[in-house]
Write a protein that binds this ligand. Structure first.
Ligand SMILES: C[S@@+](CC[C@H](N)C(=O)[O-])C[C@H]1O[C@@H](n2cnc3c(N)ncnc32)[C@H](O)[C@@H]1O
Length: 334
């Protein structure tokens, strides 16, 4: 993820205190941590003896930390390697489930793992798989046709030079397979900027990573699955790091929560499904102190909602983000 102190070379959970403040009134029950990572959130919840944590993560490299947790928090900690969209495979429905949390993105360990190729500095074959994937960035860059590459880089990266970058990828790969550094060079050649705030490759790499890991459908179906699991009164809390993620979470919570009428004399024309109570309409952001010690945390946004009604039809939610899901479906060509 972005939530790291690079100088200290250790993972630093973002918005941790804010998240704990939100869920602590519900303590004395079970919480599902959908993004175990380095276990930062799980550990903080487990500090309270009356809490239990069920964790998932798609990356098997977290198992080293999981083993330590299992030894330390006997009978209070359980882990399964799963993706958000597979939450139903947990085969657990604790009666005292109080909250489900997501800290999206990737961890410092994942960036530092050169074989994963998530960083622009990696000199290996393109990869970007976080775990439980069907294909890698190598296949995306070396196999997909121009139009598909363009859509991925444009829509998932919001990259203005998506056309030029995609075209150059197609030309370059006629003579050789493209690896991580070739891609960085292609983007540098197209963008030509030297002194920008963000690295020339940031947007394209974000786009390819989202596509390789199906991050959009993972989030959409992860939210739907967590809604099905959480009982009435339980909380779903999500920390996002980029605008597409935040748009999805914001829509999910706001579209299904009560909106006050402009006038109490007007009829309520708003016949939408009210499934959540929102305590905070606006996202919770990191304090200036947190941003100072951990600058990448500046893009983090925490949103949460309390479930107040059951529902089993989320067609309108899925439909709303069809444009992104259609792009993810390009994977069928690989
Ligand atoms: C930002 S890290 C979580 C850090 C954690 N909160 C901590 O404090 O250590 C995000 C983790 O979520 C995992 N992840 C991302 N997408 C996932 C998905 N769709 N399903 C399961 N795990 C996922 C990543 O593998 C990574 O380990």
């Amino acid at each position: 993820m972005n939530a790291i102190i690079k100088s200290e070379k250790k993972h630093f959970p973002v918005l941790l205190n804010e998240l704990i403040n939100i869920i602590s009134p519900l303590y004395g029950g079970t919480f599902i941590d959908c993004t175990f990572g380095n276990g930062g959130y799980s550990q903080e919840i487990l500090k309270h003896q009356s809490n239990k944590v069920i964790s998932i993560d798609r990356d098997e490299s977290v198992l080293k930390i999981v083993n330590k947790f299992e030894a330390k928090y006997k009978n209070r900690f359980y882990f399964k390697q799963l993706k958000f969209s597979q939450l139903n495979k947990l085969n657990l429905k604790p009666t005292d489930l109080k909250g489900i949390i997501f800290d999206l993105g990737y961890s410092l360990n994942q960036i530092q793992d050169k074989s994963k190729g998530l960083s622009f500095n990696s000199d290996s074959k393109l990869n970007m798989r976080m775990g439980l994937n069907e294909f890698s960035a190598h296949e995306v860059i070396n196999k997909l046709e121009y139009e598909d590459l363009y859509k991925i880089i444009k829509f998932f990266g919001d990259e203005q030079k998506a056309k030029f970058i995609s075209r150059k990828i197609i030309v370059k790969r006629q003579s050789q397979k493209i690896n991580t550094q070739d891609l960085v060079k292609i983007i540098d050649d197209v963008k030509k900027y030297r002194y920008t705030r963000i690295h020339n490759s940031t947007k394209t790499f974000q786009a390819i990573r989202i596509f390789v890991n199906n991050e959009i459908s993972e989030l959409i179906y992860g939210l739907i699955e967590s809604f099905k699991l959480i009982p009435l009164g339980g909380i779903i809390a999500v920390v996002t790091f980029h605008s597409i993620e935040d748009k999805i979470v914001k829509f999910f919570f706001k579209n299904y929560s009560e909106r006050k009428n402009l006038s109490r004399y007007l009829p309520n024309l708003n016949n939408k499904k009210i499934l959540f109570t929102l305590k905070n309409k606006k996202p919770i952001l990191p304090s200036s102190k947190e941003i100072k010690i951990n600058p990448p945390s500046r893009s983090a946004k925490l949103r949460y909602a309390i479930k107040i009604k059951d529902n089993d039809d989320f067609k309108d939610f899925v439909e709303k983000f069809k444009i992104y899901l259609d792009i993810e479906n390009i994977r069928k060509k690989l």
